[in-house]
Design a protein around this ligand. Structure first.
Ligand code: AMP
Length: 321
């Protein structure tokens, strides 16, 4: 069975865009791969220097993934910071990469272009990400097109290590591009924490409904025929409903006599049907941080069974054993 790896950066409460665009598709991978999921807390540390939110963001993410169906017995869920070998391999990669490769990293380049003074963590981020991947003998890394550069760098440095120190020392990962879904927020722009246009995955039913009712729509009257295509309500409905249900909504809108309020109610009901049953599970998981710690520590023990073997091969190959 091939291995797939998904990294999740803990940056605040996950929203419906995260759920539909990242969580749901990543959980489907567990059906066909040996799957590892890690909470990228040291990636978050490149920008989050607030210990309180760091602590709570990690638990929010862990509880969300578990409530959404991640089975920690079948998959391996761990925190990046629990795997010391990640940081050792990052250093080894730093010494194999050209500084120019890191200078071309999107995050670093963008920060420089905006006149910011990025920290060295932003500069090194792609090396850390390459170590996250290569350490676990990953065959497949499912990513959106925006991550192409990072995965290519991981492939490049893994290939270089094998070339210099012995073929087969590390596994060179394959890239699996995911169809990227764009979930709009209530104002029609991409749903994002930075636009404050999001609906949290585990908002209460009341908050979920009021979030949905805030979605901006056209001003046609109830009786008017309406075009579904390109509207925020319909885009969100397509992301959550079956194709037959989505088609039914488009037909009703076109016919007239079915208002945007009705469409929003149907959207709310579809979201509630999908997320409502996991809400209590989330609350119970989130309330017990000790139990979350146990799950993450158990995942780290299992993850290190892989990472210790890889780092041992690498140390021997480069002459440190
Ligand atoms: P972020 O919380 O913005 O770092 O997003 C984490 C991941 O969630 C991204 O890499 C995407 O896969 C997914 N995601 C975030 N926002 C959206 C959105 N509006 N539509 C679809 N996917 C999203």
């Amino acid at each position: 069975m091939k291995t797939s790896l998904t990294g999740i950066k803990p940056t605040g409460t996950p929203h419906i865009g995260n759920y539909l665009g990242a969580i749901k598709p990543a959980l489907e991978l567990a059906e066909s791969y040996r799957s590892l999921y890690f909470i990228a807390d040291y990636h978050a540390f490149t920008s989050n220097h607030d210990p309180k939110s760091m602590r709570s963001d990690v638990y929010d993410v862990a509880a969300t993934w578990l409530a959404c169906g991640l089975d920690p017995a079948r998959t391996i869920l761990y925190r990046q910071s629990h795997i010391p070998e990640v940081f050792e391999l990052t250093w080894i990669f730093d010494c194999l990469l050209a500084a120019g490769q890191l200078e071309r990293g999107h995050a670093y380049k963008d920060a420089i272009a905006h006149g910011e003074s990025p920290n060295a963590g932003i500069f090194n981020y792609p090396a850390l990400m390459a170590a996250d991947i290569v350490l676990f003998d990953c065959n497949i890394v499912p990513v959106g097109k925006d991550q192409k550069q990072h995965i290519e760098l991981a492939r490049d440095v893994a290939t270089r290590l094998n070339h210099l120190f012995g073929e087969g020392t590390v596994v060179v990962p394959e890239i699996k591009y995911e169809e990227s879904l764009l979930v709009p927020g209530v104002d029609g722009r991409k749903m994002s924490k930075s636009y404050n246009n999001y609906i949290p995955v585990f908002a209460s039913a009341k908050e979920l409904r009021s979030g949905v009712m805030k979605i901006v729509t056209g001003s046609e009257g109830l009786a008017d025929p309406k075009e579904a295509e390109g509207t925020t309500v319909f885009q969100l409905y397509c992301a959550i409903a079956t194709p037959a249900q989505a088609n039914e909504m488009a037909v009703k809108l076109k016919k007239g006599g079915y208002g945007w309020g009705h469409a929003k109610q149907d959207l709310y009901e579809a979201l509630e049907a999908e997320l409502g049953p996991s809400r209590e599970k989330y609350a119970a998981l989130r309330a017990d941080e000790k139990a979350l710690d146990r799950i993450l520590e158990d995942g780290a023990v299992r993850a290190r069974e892989i990472s210790l073997k890889t780092i041992d091969r690498v140390r021997r190959a480069i002459g440190l054993r």
